[in-house]
Design a protein around this ligand. Structure first.
Ligand SMILES: [Zn+2]
Length: 392
């Protein structure tokens, strides 16, 4: 087994957690200082990281570590440097940016999602490098804005940096489960435009609120139909079509039929569901006489379905077995990750695996088990060795 720097990876996680890298320009916060810490550590190890601006002030840090052992594949390790806000401080019993270790747990915002995972990718790659030469190379990537629009991952792909990558391990907290499937997300905005009129003479208007009502009823039937066509996925559950925002009229104008109504819809899909078809169906449901309909796609992240036989999944499973002595548990990602972008737009098979519980992300009193950070670093090092050597 490859020897890893257990104290080093835990201390580095603490240092990362102590940087409040939320995306909050009003408070002068962003992920840049966390990215700079990652870059500095890479340079201390003699690596040559390149910093790309995914957006102004929002850096991606990418280091390529050559194995020196001849030609071979390229493995990507992916982590993100941003964290969600700490939220209301009164719901925390620890300092969200203290990085305190107590009861075998490291506490703080980002401890699980995903500064421990990011630290593990760096220390695993360093351990592999110190263990000797290996074929191919490892691309260690600390990307920006995963919690927002995934600008970092989109920039990484559109700059061509994914084109030579053969497999990616995304270090999100999944409680030690190997997640090669992820749910898709499609967010739509439907604008219904009719004709404004006086409430006393509705016959002169076209009421978009009535059309919105028809649409809402139709969305329920569409969800039922999609659930019949795509039975519940063993790791991802059901398809959901959920209206989340409804806007029309104003309280001050109860005697006026408004011209416009808007309905926002959050669709969650499983492999096999076609986002374009669903968007077209929603547009058709909104159609009504005298009402013009415009559907805007706000977010389109298709589901991910990488087979267990893919080298990156197989190597990770073999490493998990070798390091923990236990059979791997397979699971699914309920939301979307940078892996969605890498797989769909970058053509890279991705798998999500990392320290920390699945449900602790984004909550108050976020924590990660210290032992889990170290174990995951060992699994990552072993997975990289196996993937690059074709030993899985
Ligand atoms: Zn995350």
């Amino acid at each position: 087994m490859i020897e890893v720097d257990a104290d080093g990876v835990v201390e580095f996680t603490q240092a990362l957690v102590r940087i409040p890298s939320t995306n909050d320009p009003a408070r002068g916060r962003c992920e840049r200082p966390a990215a700079e810490l990652v870059e500095a550590r890479m340079r201390e190890w003699g690596w040559d990281p390149v910093v790309y601006e995914a957006a102004p002030g929002r850096p991606n840090v990418v280091a390529v570590v050559e194995g020196g052992g001849g030609p071979g594949p390229t493995l990507m390790f992916e982590g993100h440097t941003d964290v969600v806000t700490e939220g209301d401080l009164s719901s925390w019993t620890v300092d969200p940016f203290g990085g305190e270790i107590r009861d075998g747990k490291l506490w703080g915002r980002g401890s699980a999602d995903m500064k421990s995972g990011l630290a593990a990718t760096l220390y695993a790659t360093r351990a592999l490098q110190l263990a000797g030469t290996f074929p191919g190379r490892v691309k260690v990537c600390a990307l920006a804005d995963e919690e927002g629009l995934m600008l970092g991952a989109h920039h990484f792909v559109s700059s061509g940096l994914a084109s030579d990558v053969d497999g990616a391990i995304v270090a999100e907290p999944e409680a030690g489960e190997i997640c090669a499937v992820a749910k898709g997300a499609l967010r739509l905005r439907v604008d219904l435009t009719g004709r404004m009129a006086h409430g006393a003479m509705p016959q002169h208007g076209r009421n978009p609120i009535a059309a919105a009502g028809t649409l809402l009823t139709g969305l329920r039937s569409l969800q039922e139909e999609l659930q019949r066509r795509h039975p519940a996925h063993e790791h991802l559950g059901e398809v959901y079509v959920t209206p989340t925002v409804l806007r029309a009229g104003s309280e001050e104008q109860v005697n006026v039929i408004p011209a416009v109504a808007s309905v926002f819809v959050d669709v969650r899909t499983v492999p096999g569901a076609d986002h374009k078809e669903i968007a077209d169906r929603v547009a058709a449901l909104a159609r009504a006489e005298g009402i013009s309909v415009e559907v805007s796609v706000l977010v389109d992240r298709p589901p991910v379905d990488v087979p267990r036989s893919d080298p990156v999944v197989a190597a990770l499973a073999a490493a998990h077995r070798a390091v923990t002595g236990e059979e791997p548990v397979y699971g699914g990602v309920p939301g979307t990750t940078d892996g969605t972008v890498l797989t769909h737009w970058g053509g890279v098979p991705s798998v999500v695996y990392g320290p920390g519980g699945k449900w602790i992300a984004h909550q108050a009193d976020e924590f990660v088990e210290v032992a889990e950070i170290v174990r995951c670093t060992r699994v990552f090092a072993e997975a990289a060795r196996r993937f690059l050597n074709g030993d899985y």
